[in-house]
Design a protein around this ligand. Structure first.
Ligand SMILES: Cc1cc2nc3c(=O)[nH]c(=O)nc-3n(C[C@H](O)[C@H](O)[C@H](O)COP(=O)(O)OP(=O)(O)OC[C@H]3O[C@@H](n4cnc5c(N)ncnc54)[C@H](O)[C@@H]3O)c2cc1C
Length: 481
């Protein structure tokens, strides 16, 4: 069915059907059903094809959204997929987990008055259809090159770079300390946002394309960065940020106060069929517990919704600012509220209390918002005399992440870092202070988004190609002299 465009006046916005909250609470399946072909075409036809496409401008990948919406509306689905994948290595992942409400859809022109085009769901439809039709192919090069590249980190930044470099013909090896490929896509983000088969399906294609993975291999422990620099023509560091921010509060040493990544990794591993002792013995399982999650970002949202699914008795989320000032996606808050999570806005923990070494309650305090700080965000201030207790059997700390000490981890003090500990790079070349060592993703930006990691990985791959080509040319010139 070929649809005309600009139908936003007559066709209302429609998301794919969302499973009812009481059903969602009982499993880890994705919460939205898929669009049918007709629904995808109809929803695409709402695009106003504006002269300056703000959706594209605000997409970190510069995705050519109006074009693939038009192709979808016209039923030209293979071309729609080709256009979507031309700028995005993993459109099936972005379609599922990009915070579209803050990026493309939040800037859709018809949002003002008519509600945005449902870009993310259409992107997911186009790519899932392409997988079904067999249009998604492994990254096979037209010609092989003899040079090899090493990539440290199999998260979205490393994988996007690996895909692109392999297509250019390089011999690519990706090293990761985890036993599975995907980084936060596999062990951080829960199934109800991103089913793991989508990550594993993509990994299979990368392997079929000839990318080698050395898993359970921690660079700095099992192999040194210096060895990788000798082994490869260029190295990319895409190690993400994993040092959990701590909460210095009395009682922090009590049992049953856990970092978010430990909790989420245990849940994801259990879902993947691994035996996780700390889950089996109840330490990282929320079943039957009163759970309090501290934080207001994407990680906190994933924790509260995971706890609901594990059968927690109650789930509360503490955040010291208000709803409007939280860093996480408001769409996620809405899903969490529907699923029974209680948000305590403008509330911060003061300390933890317990019995026999185990947490029993948190002492918390109400906050109010003061003047904006240097970053323009209202600074929270305590309200005098507003302390109260919250009963809890499990507290999960989701306060954000900082980089590990990379110069120490890689035993190379010449690897320059910023004050925040992220890797310093020359932003035109993506090169670190070590010649031939490049960096991309969260380890450069600090905790960010998958779509930015993909963008950085793609850009770094181009920069590595320029670097290797320039060295090959200067080598050939020297040999000719
Ligand atoms: C719980 C959670 C939920 C999130 N939800 C979303 C979301 O919904 N949408 C979104 O866009 N973003 C989300 N994010 C952010 C997003 O996941 C990250 O921005 C993105 O994964 C960063 O990609 P990366 O490749 O830089 O790093 P990562 O995905 O962290 O991958 C880094 C990889 O490097 C490996 N590694 C680290 N050190 C070494 C070493 N020394 N040797 C070998 N391997 C090493 C790690 O094992 C890991 O596999 C979320 C983050 C978290 C924590």
């Amino acid at each position: 069915m070929a649809e005309q465009m600009l139908k936003f006046v007559s066709v209302p916005q429609r998301m794919p059907d969302k499973r009812p909250a009481d059903q969602r609470r009982r499993d880890f399946g994705e919460i939205y059903q898929a669009f049918s072909t007709d629904q995808a075409a109809q929803q695409s036809s709402r695009c106003s094809q504006c002269g300056v496409p703000f959706c594209q401008v605000h997409c970190p990948l510069g995705n050519n959204i109006p074009d693939w919406l038009k192709l979808t509306a016209e039923g030209r689905l293979e071309e729609a997929y080709e256009t979507a994948q031309a700028t995005n290595t993993f459109p099936e992942i972005c379609g599922r987990i990009c915070p579209q409400d803050r990026l493309c859809e939040g800037n859709c022109v018809i949002e003002k008055g008519f509600e945005a085009v449902t870009i993310g769901s259409i992107e997911k439809y186009i790519t899932e259809n392409a997988f079904e039709m067999g249009w998604v192919k492994p990254p096979k090069p037209r010609r092989e090159r003899k040079e090899s590249v090493g990539i440290v980190g199999a998260g979205p930044a490393g994988l996007a770079a690996a895909d692109m470099l392999r297509r250019m013909g390089y011999q690519v090896t990706v090293y990761d300390r985890y036993d599975r490929v995907g980084g936060l896509l596999i062990y951080g983000i829960p199934n109800f946002k991103l089913e793991k088969q989508a990550v594993e399906r993509r990994t299979k294609l990368l392997v079929e394309g000839g990318i080698r993975f050395e898993l359970n291999c921690e660079v700095g422990r099992d192999v040194s960065l210096a060895t990788l620099r000798d082994r490869h023509a260029a190295v990319l560091v895409a190690t993400g940020v994993y040092r959990a921010r701590e909460l210095a509060a009395p009682g922090r040493e009590l049992g049953n106060i856990v970092p978010a990544m430990d909790y989420l990794t245990a849940s994801n591993r259990t879902g993947l069929g691994d035996a996780v002792p700390a889950f089996a013995d109840g330490t990282l399982d929320a079943e039957g517990k009163r759970v309090v999650v501290i934080g207001g970002g994407d990680t906190a949202m994933d924790c509260v919704r995971t706890a609901v699914r594990q059968g927690a008795k109650s789930v509360q989320c503490l955040y010291r600012r208000d709803r409007a000032n939280m860093p996480g996606s408001l769409r996620e808050v809405k899903h969490a509220e529907e699923e029974g999570v209680e948000f305590l806005w403008l509330t911060q923990p003061l300390g933890f209390r317990g019995r026999t070494g185990k947490l029993t309650k948190l002492k918390v305090q109400r906050m109010k918002l003061g003047l904006a700080d240097a970053a323009g965000r209202a600074a929270p201030k305590p309200v005098e005399g507003s302390e109260f207790d919250l009963k809890a059997d499990l507290a999960i700390l989701a306060l954000g992440f900082d980089p590990e000490d990379l110069p120490a981890m890689f035993a190379d003090p010449d690897l320059a870092v910023t004050r925040a500990g992220t890797l310093k790079i020359d932003f035109r070349k993506f090169e670190t202070s070590l010649p031939g060592v490049f960096a991309a993703g969260d380890i450069v930006r600090g905790a960010s988004l998958v779509v930015w990691a993909i963008r950085d990985g793609r850009d770094a791959a181009q920069a590595m190609h320029r670097y290797i080509s320039a060295r090959a040319m200067s080598g050939a010139a020297l040999a000719a002299e």
